[in-house]
Design a protein around this ligand. Structure first.
Ligand code: ATP
Length: 363
């Protein structure tokens, strides 16, 4: 991040005690979040958690029921969308079918209030088109270009306005898998060249992980944790983030504390000296890729294999440990069969996370 230039026009975004209610539905509750100029920040969370509503409030398409939103130093809480200097790209990036690619990109500049000269329009459109690799397609119509190219046109239309903030709401979700991955790196590259503040909404974890400087994980209208992708993945602040991040998420093991161990059905995990159990009890979190097979006397987890899926580079095993279904990524060549009793342990015990059962918070 340090090596990237922050665009001159990049602005910060700040939410202070923001809430949005639709009748009795609390779509967003008490959000406090600061986004630094030039950062790429992703709002990530399950369907209905309030991501789009949060983005719409920055755009000015929804008014908060409570709190304030700042862009730079300016309180924009009640400023109309057109006066916020933002550009929004949605998943349904409707282009005008009867206009050429050039005119589609130029469209925002034609608005009367912008009073852009024709020379200026040509310069801005060709600059954006060159950056997006669309320069040879400007005379075509939307039906004559590919899905990925159309997506780039939608970005170009946002870029010519030189907004201080880009708001991107699942912009890649209409593309096939291969194109998504390609556009993902193009978007990252574009962000680095523009140095603009970008806010991105997705429920695709891979997208969030690869694109973002910062991810804000949301659930039920609240922000659960904010941080760099690796920080969130390695040190989830609570059980929700632990289970939500990762495909599949972190295994959570329950039991009682005794003799310096967490003990439950099929569970015997040594408690590190630094971890102290509160009255609510503890549970342990281990990522599927941190588990390895081991002889049963050494095992932290013992149970019966339910399924083994071959994934090419590795296998995904599911095993019943007591009444917890545990997932583990194992080497592709494992010969373990369903029905077999296996022992598992953490390959790096230091990576095992501990949570307070009552509060759900990491300890
Ligand atoms: P998705 O990933 O499915 O797009 P999201 O995280 O973007 O979901 P929002 O669209 O922000 O979620 O919606 C948050 C909550 O607010 C949901 O429960 C939704 O049903 C509700 N909601 C959103 N817009 C309205 C509205 N105009 N009227 C009533 N309820 C709404």
């Amino acid at each position: 991040i340090a090596s990237r230039a922050v665009g001159q026009s990049a602005r910060s975004v700040r939410f202070v005690d923001v809430a949005k209610r639709f009748g009795s539905v609390a779509a967003v509750a008490d959000v406090n979040l600061t986004i630094a100029p030039g950062q790429f920040v992703t709002l990530l969370g399950p369907s209905g958690c309030g991501k789009s509503t949060t983005l719409s409030m920055i755009a000015g398409l929804e008014l908060p029921s409570q709190g304030h939103i700042y862009i730079g130093d300016r309180d924009v809480t009640t400023v109309p969308p057109a006066d916020r200097d933002i550009a929004m790209v949605f998943q349904s990036y409707a282009l005008y079918p009867h206009l050429t690619i050039f005119e589609n990109i130029a469209f925002p500049l034609r608005a009367k209030r912008r009073r852009t000269t024709e020379t200026e329009v040509t310069r801005k459109v060709t600059d954006a088109a060159r950056m997006l690799g669309l320069d040879k397609l400007l005379a075509r119509f939307p039906r004559e270009i590919s899905g990925g190219q159309r997506q780039r046109v939608a970005l170009g239309r946002a870029m010519v306005r030189t907004p201080t903030i880009y708001l991107l709401d699942e912009p890649l979700s209409n593309l096939d898998q291969q194109l998504r991955v390609q556009m993902r790196s193009e978007l990252k590259d574009l962000h680095q060249r523009l140095g603009a503040t970008m806010l991105y909404v997705t429920h695709d974890q891979g997208e969030a992980m690869t694109l973002s400087d910062i991810i804000a994980v949301m659930s039920a209208g609240r922000i659960e944790q904010v941080g760099a992708p690796r920080e969130l993945y390695d040190r989830p602040a609570n059980l929700f983030v632990a289970r939500f991040l990762g495909e599949p998420g972190m295994n959570i093991l329950n039991g009682d504390i005794g003799d310096g161990r967490l003990r439950g059905q099929g569970v015997a995990i040594a408690l590190p000296p630094t971890v102290k159990a509160g009255p609510g009890g503890l549970c342990a979190g281990i990522r599927p890729e941190d588990l390895v097979l081991c002889p049963i006397p050494e095992a932290e987890l013992t149970g019966v294999v339910r399924t083994v899926e071959f994934l090419g580079s590795r296998c995904l095993m599911r095993a019943d440990i007591g009444d917890t279904l545990v997932t583990a990524f194992l080497p592709a060549e494992v010969t373990t069969q369903p029905g077999e009793t296996v022992g598992l342990k953490a390959s790096y015990p230091g990576r095992t996370r501990w949570f307070d059962v009552a509060s759900g918070l990491a300890v």
